[in-house]
Design a protein around this ligand. Sequence first.
Ligand code: AMP
Ligand code: MN
Ligand code: MN
Ligand code: MN
Length: 303
Amino acid sequence: MRASHASVSIDRYTAAAARSTIPARPLMIHYDLHAHSTFSDGLLTPSALVERAAARGVDVLALTDHDETEGIKDAGDAARAAGITLVPGAELSVSWESHTVHVLGLMVDAANTVFSAGLASIRSGRDSRAVKMGESLARAGIPGAYEGARRFVTSDRLISRSHFARFLVEAGHARETRDVFKRYLTQGKPGYVAHAWASLPDAVAWIHAAGGLAVIAHPGRYRVTATGMRRLLSEFRDAGGDGIEVHSSSHTAAQFTEYATYARAFGLLGSIGSDYHGPGESYVDLGGLPPLPAGVDPVWTRW
Ligand code: AMP
Ligand code: MN
Ligand code: MN
Ligand code: MN
């Protein structure tokens, strides 16, 4: 056993275990490389998520909880039982210029200590941020939001804006979680609290330390100009970043084409991810996105 893997216990679901289950029929494999479970802000447990993916025809699913890998073992067990491949992953919260950017780590060895310490450092600020979000909402006339959001938390290790969104819907401040973000919790709105996440080079380095590939999630969601997007992708590539999500549930069909062009122009691999959070909250279900266009090298050619 290599020194860097000294802390891997045999009950972990490792990248090597994942690779050994990839089916040998490359053209027909159906990928979904971005999904959340109850270990972050998803509504399904890891095993329910995997079973749903398998039932919907997904062959290779990545579990990418926010700043967290605790669901991978259960998801890996469920994937073995369902006969599909579970790619161990996480979605890292990053601060870049004035923006929050999400970077997926795919095919990571979650037990790597550089990686797990990095994720722990990102998670550590979340609770104090949530307390401040509650105070901000109280000033806007909505008391008890921190306690309310906590009731929707499904892992003690992680509270997110999604949990506040679910509370705000329950309390009648919006019809559904999508509406919440238009009125609350985003920059300039009540309940928004600026936060310093990981740096872009650190996030990429942690993912690489764990043997994974670093992929910019849902690039179409960032409110940047074309120049800003080129700057982001240049800095990401200079930091060693590997790919971008071309097909994301956050993208329109026009954006599929736009980000395929960016992938080719920047020499980045392409990925597909539904970013599924659960029934009733996600427009695109597991496995619901089309295959990558020709001319984009898929991220899985490198694992
Ligand atoms: P956080 O990491 O705590 O800032 O929470 C971010 C999460 O909030 C994202 O991963 C999404 O699940 C959710 N979210 C952010 N913006 C929106 C939106 N406009 N509509 C629905 N969910 C959103
Ligand atoms: Mn989320
Ligand atoms: Mn995201
Ligand atoms: Mn996500």
